[in-house]
Design a protein around this ligand. Structure first.
Ligand code: ADP
Ligand code: MG
Length: 545
């Protein structure tokens, strides 16, 4: 068809464009980072498609991103020879449908503090940053494997048009008609500086005329010592759609049964999808620099799903589908090696910088504890790096520190579970333990109930809930005087009282017993040995089990 069609931007997209176009944002140079990042993604996509569709492989060898300035026309254009867009792609991605981050980004802008326009790319709407500097944007594109090319045009004011056009090869060119106050982006020196600052990690050459502006080597292939902190942060932001600075950077090359390079980041803020039911991993898999997939199953255990970054191995096969790759035994070898490495680095960090580790634990401890259930082989390694609130310590404690503080005759690691560790501290169940100076772990993550059913002991001590039947408190040496008067008359009084209570409570309880666990509260509920713990019962009820 030879017709020009006009479309309205979806409402939220329109709102976003109004803000972007009208803003006096001082750091608007980041539009170039966004467009180069899209061009790079497009090349990655085509390179992957070409693996299984040799017809598309024609230009797979010379991917490049080309910047072009036309001073007369006052345009800056960004071209790639990547995957390109079909008519449907254009509609879906550039206007009629709100991308999932659109609303979130609008919210963030409203909130002010987090509302930095520079974060636009992290919300998955980076393309629209073009309108910070351009009064009109043209997109000329042809999808790999298709014959028809398309021209998308908009001034960002509510509508855009799509019409057929001619383009020789697949790929995309974005032409920015620069605003009057944005002429600086026609200057070579300015462009070079921006590309070197923000886009050096892009693994395809970014060319201005004949000149390559970036190193064009994937950042993870460089010697770890040569990558600066800024470069890591920039790469982390762009590869992971994150906006914090990484809490920990792990950059390693392993030469062994399966050679691989990994560049992993532990975020300093919990990603929003951390507790999604899919528990997806977000470490990107590359085979010999070729991007394979974003959420490869079988690469990272789900209890390390907070990790971001990339893994690249030249020993995996390029000529199999993503699905087949997932069951490649070599992949599980890589997974094993990565997991061990991450746990040992976390252990180092926990030892060297306990305060920083506490911040990490706050974000990801509950996730890491899932590993106690999922990965029985690594249970003891995981227990070593677990941290807990405890009645015996103001800061988080490790289990070995807890064990070090155990009383003579104490064979168990005592814990209490509930929803809130502050409230737990007030629990009457703890009175007897506090009186004897026996420390109790305060466990308030949902996952605690579950791993406790899988973990039997640590350094020879079993885990024991204070809410369970008979405790061995008696055996444990008392902190205070051992010559406490035994008030035998009190016990016989108690027998009468207990008899009355049993009658009154009837079937509501299994038994009523005198106990030493309390010192100031009169009574408390406990679970019988072998019965379900009260908090677990509550959790299961909530999940309808
Ligand atoms: P994101 O890159 O996070 O997906 P953007 O707003 O930057 O968000 O881009 C939106 C979408 O538009 C991309 O996901 C992609 O599908 C498409 N797109 C943008 N630029 C290009 C390009 N140069 N080549 C192919 N597709 C592109
Ligand atoms: Mg983008």
């Amino acid at each position: 068809a030879d017709v020009k069609e006009t479309f309205s931007f979806q409402t939220e997209v329109g709102q976003l464009l109004d803000i972007v176009a009208g803003s006096l944002y001082s750091n608007r140079e980041i539009f170039l980072r966004e467009l180069i990042s899209n061009a790079s993604d497009a090349c990655d996509k085509l390179r992957y498609e070409a693996l299984t569709a040799p017809k598309l492989a024609a230009n797979a060898e010379q991917f490049a991103i080309v910047l072009d300035v036309d001073k007369k026309a006052k345009t800056l254009s960004i071209s790639d020879n990547g995957i390109g867009m079909s008519h449907a792609d254009l509609l879906e991605t550039l206007g009629t449908i709100a991308r999932s981050g659109t609303g979130a980004f609008l919210e963030a802008l409203k909130e002010g503090s987090k509302g930095d326009l520079g974060l636009i790319g992290q919300f998955g709407v980076g393309f629209y940053s073009s309108f910070m500097v351009a009064s009109k944007v043209e997109v000329i594109t042809r999808k790999a494997g298709e014959d028809q090319s398309w021209l998308w045009v908009s001034d960002g004011k509510g509508e855009f048009t799509i019409e057929p056009t001619d383009r020789n090869e697949c790929g995309t060119t974005v032409v920015l008609h620069l605003k009057k106050d944005a002429k600086e982006f026609l200057e070579d020196a300015r462009i070079k500086h921006i590309v070197r600052t923000y886009s050096d990690h892009i693994s395809f050459p970014v060319l201005l005329g004949e000149e390559a502006l970036n190193s064009a080597s994937a950042i993870w292939t460089r010697p770890p010592k040569e990558v600066t902190e800024e470069q890591h942060t920039e790469f982390y932001h762009h590869s992971s759609h994150a906006f914090d600075t990484p809490w920990l950077v792990l950059h390693n090359r392993v030469e062994g049964t399966v050679n691989h390079t990994s560049l992993l980041y532990v975020p300093s803020m919990a990603p929003f999808d951390l507790y999604d039911t899919e528990r997806k991993s977000h470490v990107k898999l590359y085979v010999n620099r070729v991007f394979i997939s974003e959420n490869t199953k079988g690469l990272i255990p789900s209890y390390l799903r907070f990790l971001r970054g990339v893994v690249d191995s030249e020993d995996l096969s390029l000529n199999v589908s993503r699905e087949m790759l997932q069951s490649d035994p070599k992949l599980s070898k890589i997974k094993k090696a990565l997991t061990k490495k991450v746990l040992s680095e976390l252990k180092k960090k926990a030892g060297k910088a306990p305060d920083e580790y506490a911040a990490f634990w706050q974000n990801f401890g509950a996730v890491l504890k899932e590993g106690l259930i999922e990965d029985p082989d690594l249970q003891s390694k995981l227990l070593e790096i677990c941290r807990f609130s405890s009645t015996g310590s103001d800061s988080l404690t490790s289990l070995s520190d807890y064990v070090g503080r155990c009383k003579e005759g104490q064979d168990s690691i005592y814990y209490i579970t509930g929803e809130d560790s502050k409230k737990l501290e007030q629990s009457p169940q703890l009175e007897g333990f506090n009186a004897k100076g026996v420390e109790v772990l305060l466990l308030s993550d949902n996952v605690d109930e579950f791993w406790l059913q899988h973990v039997t002991e640590f350094e020879g001590k079993t885990f024991k809930s204070v809410t369970r039947g008979a405790t061995e408190l008696d055996k444990i040496e008392d902190d205070q005087a051992k010559d406490d008067d035994k008030d035998s008359s009190g016990e016989s009084d108690l027998a009468d009282l207990i008899a009355v209570m049993k009658v009154e409570l009837g079937d509501a309880v299994k038994d009523v017993r005198p106990s030493k666990r309390l010192t100031s509260s009169p009574v408390c509920l406990v679970a019988d040995e072998g019965d379900m713990d009260a908090n677990l019962e509550r959790l299961l009820k909530r999940h309808g089990q």
